[in-house]
Design a protein around this ligand. Structure first.
Ligand code: ZN
Length: 243
């Protein structure tokens, strides 16, 4: 199971886990455990206990003190500042020690933004094109954009992998020979592709199938916790829009 951009949204993560029903051997995480939502400690602890491979995201880096807050907009900055005070020294240390992508596993690559820059957004085929030169294996997972789907490259042509359609809860990608796949599982905790449902993916290495999934979660509860924490109200509002 591949999760990314959980962003301290515990209720979304819980819904994802219930939806997956334990039908996976291992969990990996493409970064951004914290920021934006109100349950950073819980999400960090869960990730530490359950994710076999976790790479850091830009929010993890800032909260861990590895990068200046100045790179963030005002809203992300105030969420990051709040987050720092919610975590124990031990949890901050865990974030600080997360490895930087790209990470090369047996079956696929993982990175947060792009293979050359963990902070780079890959949102279209033009931006995706240079990533494929880093592929040794035919499959990679990434995050950062909070947009589920991704890109494939076949004989030098780049195609788009769409997100799960509204009204469906999964989309199956059967991996083809001679094709490279750059897949974003979507964001668990703050989707931005116009679908408010939590997003994740499962890769079946035996059948060579990637399944993108979406699941409803109690958005109201996460939004309420954001407001109770006095985090910027827009962070609550955008969860309902999925933007
Ligand atoms: Zn993120």
């Amino acid at each position: 199971m591949i999760v990314s951009d959980t962003h301290a949204n515990w209720h979304a993560l819980e819904a994802v886990l219930a939806h997956a029903e334990g039908r996976f051997d291992q969990i990996v995480c493409c970064g951004d455990l914290v920021g934006y939502n109100a349950q950073p400690a819980r999400v960090v602890e869960w990730t530490r206990a359950n994710s076999a491979h976790t790479i850091r995201g830009n929010h993890d880096k800032v909260v861990a003190g590895l990068e200046s807050l100045d790179w963030f907009n005002d809203i992300a900055q105030s969420a990051a500042r709040w987050t720092i005070h919610q975590l124990t020294r031990c949890q901050i240390e865990y974030l600080r020690e997360l490895q930087k992508g790209p990470l090369h596993l047996e079956e696929f690559h993982m990175w947060h933004g792009s293979p050359r820059d963990e902070d780079e957004y890959i949102t279209n085929a033009r931006e995706a094109a240079p990533c494929f030169s880093y592929f040794v294996l035919p499959l990679a997972f990434f995050g950062h954009t909070h947009l589920q789907g991704g890109f494939f490259s076949r004989h030098g042509r780049i195609g788009v992998i769409p997100a799960v359609r509204k009204g469906r809860d999964e989309a199956v990608i059967e991996l083809q020979p001679d094709t490279l796949y750059l897949v974003n599982p979507g964001s668990v905790g703050q989707p931005r592709d116009g679908d408010a449902r939590a997003a994740y993916a499962v890769y079946d290495s035996r059948q060579r199938i990637v399944t993108l999934r979406r699941v409803e979660y109690p958005v109201q509860q996460s939004a309420q916790e954001i407001r109770q924490a006095h985090l910027p109200d827009v962070l609550a509002f955008r969860l309902f829009q999925g933007l």
